[in-house]
Write a protein that binds this ligand. Sequence first.
Ligand SMILES: Nc1nc2c(c(=O)[nH]1)N[C@H]1C(S)=C(S)[C@@H](COP(=O)(O)OP(=O)(O)OC[C@H]3O[C@@H](n4cnc5c(=O)[nH]c(N)nc54)[C@H](O)[C@@H]3O)O[C@H]1N2
Ligand SMILES: Nc1nc2c(c(=O)[nH]1)N[C@H]1C(S)=C(S)[C@@H](COP(=O)(O)OP(=O)(O)OC[C@H]3O[C@@H](n4cnc5c(=O)[nH]c(N)nc54)[C@H](O)[C@@H]3O)O[C@H]1N2
Ligand code: SF4
Ligand SMILES: [Mo]
Length: 695
Amino acid sequence: MHTPEAAPGAPIATHCPYCALQCGMNLRPTPGGDGVTVEERADFPVNRGALCGKGRTAPAVLSSRARLTEPLVRGDSGRLEPAGWEEALDKVAEGLARTRRTHGNDAVGIFGGGGLTNEKAYALGKFARVALWTSQIDYNGRFCMSSAAAAHQRAFGLDRGLPFPLEDVPRTGCVILVGSNPAETMPPALRFLTELKANGGTLIVVDPRRTRTAEHADLHLAPRPGTDLALALGLLHLIVAEGRTDEEFIAARTTGWEEARAGAMAHWPELVERITGVPVPRLREAADLFCAPSTAMVLTARGPEQQSKGTDTVGAWINLCLATGRAGRPLSGYGCLTGQGNGQGGREHGQKADQLPGYRKLTDPAARAHVAGVWGVEPDSLPGPGRSAYELLDALGGDVRALLLMGSNPVVSAPRAAHIEERIRSLDFLAVADVVLSETAALADVVLPVTQWAEETGTTTNLEGRVLLRRRALTPPPGVRSDLDVLHGLAARLGVEKGFPTDPEEVFEELRLASEGGPADYSGITYARIEAEQGVFWPCPAGSPGAPRLFLDRFATDDGRARFAAVTHRDAAEMPDAEYPLLLTTGRVVAQYQSGAQTRRVPELNEAAPGPFVELHPRLAARLGIDDGAPLAVVSRRGRAVAPARITDTIRADTVFMPFHWPGAGRANTLTNPALDPVSRMPEFKTCAVRVETA
Ligand SMILES: Nc1nc2c(c(=O)[nH]1)N[C@H]1C(S)=C(S)[C@@H](COP(=O)(O)OP(=O)(O)OC[C@H]3O[C@@H](n4cnc5c(=O)[nH]c(N)nc54)[C@H](O)[C@@H]3O)O[C@H]1N2
Ligand SMILES: Nc1nc2c(c(=O)[nH]1)N[C@H]1C(S)=C(S)[C@@H](COP(=O)(O)OP(=O)(O)OC[C@H]3O[C@@H](n4cnc5c(=O)[nH]c(N)nc54)[C@H](O)[C@@H]3O)O[C@H]1N2
Ligand code: SF4
Ligand SMILES: [Mo]
């Protein structure tokens, strides 16, 4: 049973457990004293009190019957059975140590999550390097914003999703929103777009579906999935041809224009129309709307990013901003709308395969020396970079034989999921820390029940780069421990007695030191400051006020100039053919979150979104003789999924769409293609070839 932390009547100010908007909310202890209710918190500027249904119902997960409240260990019967914490932790430490002894350090893997707090992500990365000495750590953020992150690094020398606060969005002249559906994925953020329009700004939405977001647009472009790179090049072509580039800005603040320009010039409008399906007049309209005002922004999300050319695609959209002088200036620029609760902070502090805290590179000798100093180990003892998320999951049961998983549910969310599920089943040892028995946890040898959100304190960094404090509002049920406790207990059993504190603020104090001087410098941020200032924007060295707006004077590259990307269009890894004539794209609905592990436990959300479906156009349905609601099989080279048809003219006739929130027969990821972007190692969740038949 839960016990509230505050006196009855006193609300605790905190943030939502789910997406990267990290809406502010108050938690008020219930009169009976056994839980909390969510209340409006109007003072937080990002959502000003507004919440979506997931945020409003978040406490239901913690008190759900599905909530794990004691460790589970797979017994001789083959079933998961309740066990004590000492036994469970002993088993995990043994499982990991045995594999290490027999197969070497890199046979032990760790898979983390972008929902974990900064403190947890930091501790998990440190645990891999100093308690297990393994290079094999990565996390689900690789499946999320890694292409935008790579493009950011390449263009600007720094990866912070938005280089400006969301409050700047309504004040710019034009926003191109590419493959982002905030009406479903960040409802309170829709306000920034409606205010933009009320202020006289224009909104262009690029999405193969006329989404609820696209309905707000002045112009909706519906390209074929996987063709955003050509679209961006086509727009730049028109802008160059019409002499609308900002030559002064290009000369003063960028490098690489000639090659980028050549790439765009090779994509004349008629060719782009053929590739994307977007008519030339619509392209011209978009170029006009973008160039007319003196300020403009391009915002991308998973649509253009989750492609095997996601990095180049984002690069092409950044090129458009640079060529028109719409970057590094007030109220203008490129931004990526990061997804998970701590999608930004979770990509900065070392749970990524190639990374040390503070967004430092694991291959940089100075970074290794600095972080090793904070950790009290020899720089040479730190392993090198490991495999990316999909490659790590694909190696399970082969080179990597034991896995500790925290904050992800890859059985549902990984591409080519049936294969990944089979890889997970072939492990010698799997331990999962979770709040509920996710589909992946159900396969584990040991399941560790952990605290989450309202039951613990910790920081997250929202999509704006604003570091926030979530505060504990409830005493967790007995039998449940925090992820930090888990790592502390495991490290001790692996012979590392010190360096894994269980108090989040103590971990944050160490993270400050480890990040000091790095690109994502948190050294000037404290819990007290976050609370006093409604969050603090990094980079924030000691004494700094924080940095809501980046790049206004210089970009973060060595020479201070932004770098154009030399890119040209290429096809998706899999194109439609006679056998698989349609394109499948995947995404989200408002009432479910990710693999659904949490939101499928909330009755109100399940009623709103009870199961998977396949969106298809009436023309396609008529051709196939399919009625609305009839079971439909979608078949790709990876497998077959079955879900009811949802017939709608809001989707292109050559494309079908499935949300990915459910396991079982309707699992969208049974179908998806794990073709990886060569730079970001992002899988191609947004495009694969399929055929559709009656089930
Ligand atoms: N309700 C809800 N909200 C969420 C989440 C959730 O699971 N549920 N998850 C959170 C997380 S982690 C993330 S990453 C964000 C994701 O937020 P979004 O990126 O907004 O979500 P998606 O639905 O994955 O994709 C957005 C749109 O991309 C379109 N799209 C598909 N293929 C293409 C393409 O080739 N090109 C273009 N331009 N568009 C394409 C889809 O039709 C879809 O409307 O949402 C966050 N918020
Ligand atoms: N087809 C398709 N697949 C996709 C996508 C897509 O658009 N299309 N999007 C991709 C994207 S952007 C993302 S981000 C991934 C997300 O997919 P997943 O990585 O599976 O994310 P979640 O479902 O949020 O899984 C988080 C798990 O951690 C648990 N959890 C929550 N909080 C904590 C905590 O504090 N500690 C611990 N130990 N556990 C916790 C939850 O209960 C849940 O089981 O899916 C990717 N997969
Ligand atoms: S928009 Fe995101 S952060 Fe806000 S309430 Fe909904 S899920 Fe939570
Ligand atoms: Mo994500």
